[in-house]
Design a protein around this ligand. Structure first.
Ligand SMILES: [Zn+2]
Ligand SMILES: [Zn+2]
Length: 321
């Protein structure tokens, strides 16, 4: 089978676009899809500093490669952030691959090492509390990423793909969590000093496309799964359901996301926007203390938000332009 656009051998078939594409044209197809989504949702403007969160998995490595290849024409200043969770072999390999790729792309990489910079690895932090490991991990990562972007004056880019987002939206609808639902948009605006601007450039890129992208462009990634990954519950059921729908109606996930984004404003009406401040670290909080400061107080005896902020503040001098 030949590529629909040239004489080369086709690498994959895109059902919703009815295109067979070679490796080169597939790479271009995905990059232009990301650029179009960035324009559609008004994600970035020229000169913006973008902090890309990279775990080392296929999605974040695809994002790093795409953002790096479009950074010049879009005048974006990209740098990468990796959080070393200290989860044994999984974390060692992730950090190794991220460091290697960032270096080969010529992108500045900041590593926040939980054990080195906070004193405890994620599994060690978990010992002090009853909260589940994945839930603690999500809380810690969100706090560190938001803080890093605020202190570095950057926009945070995360690698959530269309499948992830569609699954989260449906899951939150099923469990009635509208508050989480309205956060699943392509751009979360900045609240100066509290919340960093966040963008999701892979909003319209399917999970299998991200995988095919790293394979087609020969980009190494961590193919190991975090040992704490739990497959079960509502998320998995929702995933199966959406995949079945997509099979019957190619493109339905993307059209679902576009309609969701267009209509989400309706949900914001009557929602009181309460922005409180954490009494310990000063960042956004709906209570006296933010959830990161509260949970670290339980684990360490003292809230640790300030310490995370100081870490990234001390990097301010780094010239990343
Ligand atoms: Zn081609
Ligand atoms: Zn706090």
């Amino acid at each position: 089978m030949k590529c629909s656009l040239c004489d080369r051998e086709a690498f994959t078939y895109i059902p919703y676009a009815r295109l067979r594409l070679c490796r080169e044209h597939f790479g271009e197809f995905i990059r232009s899809k990301v650029v179009r989504a960035m324009d559609r949702y008004g994600m970035v403007s020229s000169g913006e500093r973008i902090l890309i969160a990279v775990s080392g998995g296929k999605d974040s490595m695809a994002l790093l490669h795409i953002m790096n290849s479009i950074s010049q024409e879009r005048s974006l200043r990209v740098l990468a952030l990796h959080i070393d969770l200290g989860i044994g072999e999984y974390s060692r390999r992730s950090r190794e691959i991220v460091s290697m790729i960032a270096k080969s792309f010529g992108i500045d990489l900041i590593v926040y090492d939980l054990k080195r910079d906070l004193g405890l690895s994620l599994p060690e932090m978990k010992k002090g509390i009853r909260r589940g490991t994945c839930s603690l991990c999500g809380l810690v990562k969100r706090y560190v990423m938001n803080t890093a972007a605020i202190e570095l004056g950057a926009t945070l880019a995360t690698a959530h793909n269309a499948d992830d987002i569609a699954i989260y939206i449906l899951k939150n609808i099923v469990i009635g969590d509208w508050n989480s639902c309205i956060k699943l948009v392509p751009v979360i605006p900045e609240v100066k000093g509290y919340v960093a601007k966040k963008i999701r450039p892979l909003y319209e890129v399917y999970e299998n496309e991200a995988m095919l992208y790293v394979v087609s462009q020969n980009i190494p990634y961590v193919d190991m799964e975090c040992p704490y990954t739990y497959r079960g519950g509502i998320e998995e059921r929702v995933r199966e359901f959406l995949n079945k729908l997509e099979e019957e109606r190619p493109g339905i996930k993307i059209s679902f996301l576009r309609k969701f984004t267009r209509n989400i404003e309706v949900l914001r009406i009557n929602r009181e926007e309460h922005i409180g401040q954490c009494t310990s670290c000063g960042l956004i909080s709906s209570r006296d203390m933010c959830s990161f400061c509260r949970i670290t107080q339980k684990i360490f005896g003292e809230p640790q938000g300030k310490r995370v902020r100081d870490f990234f503040r001390s990097l301010e001098m780094v010239d990343t332009s």
